[in-house]
Design a binder for this molecule. Sequence first.
Ligand code: CTP
Ligand code: MG
Length: 194
Amino acid sequence: MNLEEHSFIQVLFIVLWIMMPAYLSNTFAVISGGRFPIDQGKIHSDGNRILGDGKTWSGLIGGTTGGILIGYLQMNYGNSIINTLANTNNYDFWGENPIIIISLLAFGALLGDMTASFFKRRSKLNRGDKSPLLDMFDFIGMALFLTLVFDPLWLKSWILDGYAPLFTLLVATPILHRGVNIIGYKIGIKNEPW
Ligand code: CTP
Ligand code: MG
């Protein structure tokens, strides 16, 4: 199956569907996170924390597991949903080794978030400080980068096929990211609405 036989709106739903493990792993990290800082409280040579208290093992493990679980549920119970949204009968979204791609998306998102924290600390931003562009695209960037490293053909056939998928990611990512965080803030699981 490829994306060309679908309309723009259908591609939009398919791409969002594929990326759901990456989008939601962050949400799970917020819920499970907060314990066992990955940098163990250590200070970098510039005098600031290496990553900060916002990047913890409990968040990394819970978030990765949660993202994989989402992908698993999508794979096993989601076909009728994506069929309704995108009118597709092909469900090989995550390629021949779906669990691997799903894991890379979920873990990659959190690795991107951690990498961004490293650079935020280097530019003297404290935990939770706003860094709009980084916060919005770090996770999707690293998730896709990992799939590029481990399975470039998959990335090529689903995300680098025409302009619609990349357009979807560029436009939908900030909207979804901000939306989910505002909800998380309102229901009290997130400290800041970004
Ligand atoms: N979180 C975590 N471990 C992770 C990612 C997130 O524990 N690997 C939890 C933390 O409790 C964190 C919250 O999720 O405070 C929100 O995540 P995020 O906005 O990415 O962290 P910030 O607190 O804003 O820290 P930073 O400035 O480093 O992004
Ligand atoms: Mg933050």
